[in-house]
Design a protein around this ligand. Structure first.
Ligand SMILES: [Mg+2]
Length: 307
């Protein structure tokens, strides 16, 4: 196993297909230089993933760990209605695993970066006797004053979620598709009033929209799209609970006016499922409505980021 050298890793990154000097804004220089597109606002986010907390080997591979570190950041850009622009990647590499391991982590990052037109603008690498830690800082862009916040939900809005929920922790959290293209497609069709990505679980992430918008919600239990990943050996109630509270689905949860909601329900502009799950109310709090019309408080039992 070869010892890890930062310089060698940077040279290797530069030599990779698609990583020409023109799209590397900063690697090899002291800082990256960013020319923001005219009439745009910049979106900045960062997320740190730690071996043992956010992934383990196995089922993760070095490539999948790297991929996930970028994917969670792309999901945050999608949730703001933005387009990814560039990313800074910092790695704390386990000394014992050598340089091939480091390249594999970067390979996972670079493949997803290419898929979503995200430029690797720089970063930092160190090695130590601890586990793998990956930090990605991402920069996205949105048309000026057009990024979507959690605070825009209004009473009467319909609540939608993309894809299906629950059971991500087995392996889907390593391979999920960040909903960047879906967010763009939705924005071309309707005016999204508030949005968040489902990272901690639907019940938990919906709360963020409700608190920031100063509103409440009623969710229809029979409308929740339960993922086929959720074990069929569980009871219906247990399956629903997992869809409501499992984390790391990274689907989009958003609200639109009732009129526009009807349009989305009539014609889904996405190639993945899109489900109307409830509506925003003036009355605070979140309720789960059963098919018989009875309601119970929607328990905020989000996942706490521990595997
Ligand atoms: Mg988020």
């Amino acid at each position: 196993m070869t010892a890890f050298h930062e310089f060698e890793l940077i040279e290797w990154i530069r030599s990779q297909k698609g990583m020409s000097h023109t799209n590397l804004l900063g690697i090899g220089d002291d800082t990256a230089i960013l020319q923001p597109p005219a009439h745009s606002e910049l979106l900045l986010a960062t997320d740190m993933l730690m071996e043992g907390a956010h992934f383990t080997f196995p089922p993760a591979t070095p490539e999948l760990a790297g991929r996930k570190a970028l994917a969670v950041n792309l999901s945050d850009i999608a949730a703001m209605g933005g387009s990814p622009h560039s990313a800074l990647v910092s790695l704390a590499l386990p000394r014992s695993r050598g340089s091939e391991f480091a390249k594999s982590v970067m390979q996972g990052i670079m493949e997803l970066a290419a898929e979503f037109q995200t430029q690797l603008a720089g970063g930092d690498t160190n090695s130590w006797n601890g586990p793998l830690v990956i930090n990605v800082a991402i920069i996205g862009t949105a048309d000026q004053s057009h990024s979507i916040k959690r605070s825009g939900a209004q009473p009467g809005d319909w609540i939608f979620v993309t894809g299906a929920l629950g059971g991500s922790l087995e392996s889907h959290h390593l391979t999920f598709q960040p909903r960047v293209r879906e967010a763009v497609a939705l924005m071309e069709t309707v005016t999204i009033k508030s949005m968040i990505d489902v990272s901690d679980g639907l019940a938990s992430d919906l709360q963020h929209i409700l608190v920031e918008s100063d509103v409440g919600a009623v969710i229809q239990s029979k409308q929740i799209p339960i993922s086929p990943r959720v074990s069929s050996e569980l009871t219906d109630a247990e399956r629903l609970q997992k869809a409501l509270s499992d984390g790391e689905d990274f689907e989009l949860l958003f609200t639109v006016s009732a009129e526009q909601g009807q349009r989305l329900r009539d014609q889904n502009p996405l190639s993945i499922p899109l489900t109307h799950i409830g509506k925003i109310t003036a009355e605070q709090g979140a309720l789960l409505q059963q098919t018989d019309g009875s309601t119970t408080p929607l328990e905020n039992t989000g996942w706490k980021h521990q595997l």
